[in-house]
Design a binder for this molecule. Structure first.
Ligand code: AMP
Length: 358
């Protein structure tokens, strides 16, 4: 299998901070990155050799972009699959479009996971108010209704409680298809990031613990404070999923740890993930470098951590604390170059390391 050697150009669909940190990792290995995004002055384009600013549906822009790169990857999963399939006829796209198609639809994702023996919350497809009423009868209250597609950071979901009016909940979801999930009584939310190379080898990071604020990731603790048996189960699940989905790239697996010690998968993201940012500062090889290595057909690096880490997101005006953060000599500050601060917008993150405890 021929490697795409350093000096080549990686195309990245999406211009956000994940693309930016991927492009920075790529540069260190001697690659160039070109970005395709509808957005001007995106975080990724600031650190790339070129950017195509166009709509994802613009076929001639996509074709020209494909001719200028050696391989394509993507940095978020809400890109329509069609343009990605179109690109894949011209240039290798990794992970392959099928992976994107599964991960951007909660129902396909859950069907896939259950089909390969990975447990999720109980769920039912919902396509109408009457269907919601039926599903709630089966799964009970509380339960969680989510849009099948285009949901993220708690957007496009509603918790159904004892007093919820189901007609109203369905209307407010504003979606043709939804998934109702049984409510999971979890002690922790954890995630595992796994990289898989073109040759089928994989590198799995230690499970980390995620705390959210207003549905947005706030803090990631690495490693997660879970018993070794839970950590091993979570890692094994992530590795199994990566293999079965035939991943080439990086996959984040978000999971719930049940009070009983069981582990359920909540969702998949076929790209570097916010809960893996700590790997830049605490691991031999970061999630971003693993993505570069995987899509270029290089050997993967070690996911081993040399330190424990706590990563804090800087959301909205949190970013104004940058001066104080820099006064802490051990704090590693990462800013994404976003000109406009908006509430709820991820502006950067800070990672603090501590000696590794086993
Ligand atoms: P998601 O968009 O699927 O990541 O969900 C956002 C957040 O809602 C999760 O991080 C959980 O805190 C909560 N949540 C989602 N699904 C469930 C569920 N089935 N049971 C309990 N809490 C959930």
């Amino acid at each position: 299998m021929n490697a795409i050697a350093p000096g080549a150009t990686i195309g990245i669909l999406g211009g956000g901070q994940l693309g930016r940190m991927t492009a920075l990792a790529a540069a260190r290995l001697g690659y160039r990155c070109r970005i395709f995004t509808p957005e001007r002055d995106s975080p990724a384009s600031q650190v790339a050799v070129g950017t195509t600013v166009a709509d994802y549906k613009d076929r001639s822009a996509l074709a020209a972009f494909a001719r200028g790169v050696d391989v394509v990857t993507y940095e978020f999963e809400n890109i329509p699959v069609d343009p990605v399939t179109f690109l894949a006829d011209i240039v290798p796209v990794r992970p392959k479009p099928d992976v994107l198609a599964i991960c951007q639809d909660r129902l396909k994702e859950k069907d896939f996971l259950n089909g390969i023996g990975v447990a999720t919350a109980r769920y039912q497809e919902v396509t109408s108010a009457a269907g919601l009423a039926r599903a709630v009868r089966d799964l009970g209250r509380p339960s969680v209704l989510k849009t099948a597609v285009l949901g993220y950071d708690g957007k496009g979901q509603a918790t159904i409680r004892a007093d919820s009016d189901l007609d109203q909940v369905w209307t407010q979801l504003k979606a043709a298809r939804g998934v109702l999930e049984g409510f999971v009584d979890f002690t922790q939310e954890i995630s595992v990031i796994v990289a898989r190379g073109l040759d089928g080898t994989h590198a799995t990071y230690v499970p980390v613990e995620n705390q959210h604020k207003n549905h947005i990731l706030d803090v990631t603790m690495a490693p997660a404070r879970v018993p070794p048996v839970v950590a091993m189960k979570a890692e094994a699940m992530a590795t199994h999923i990566a293999q079965k989905i035939d991943l080439v790239g990086v996959l984040a697996v978000e999971m719930f740890v049940e009070r009983s010690g069981g582990v359920l998968v909540n969702e998949l993201a076929p790209r570097p993930h916010n809960s893996g940012h700590w790997t830049i500062d605490a691991c031999a090889v970061s999630q971003f470098e693993q993505l570069v290595r995987a899509v270029c057909g290089l050997p993967l690096g070690s996911p081993e951590r040399h330190s424990d880490a706590v990563m804090k997101n800087l959301i909205g005006s949190d970013v104004d604390q940058w001066r104080d953060i820099l006064k802490d000599p051990g704090a590693r500050l990462h800013l994404y170059g976003k000109a406009e601060t908006r509430p709820g917008r991820k502006m950067g993150h800070v990672t603090r390391l501590s000696p590794r405890k086993d």
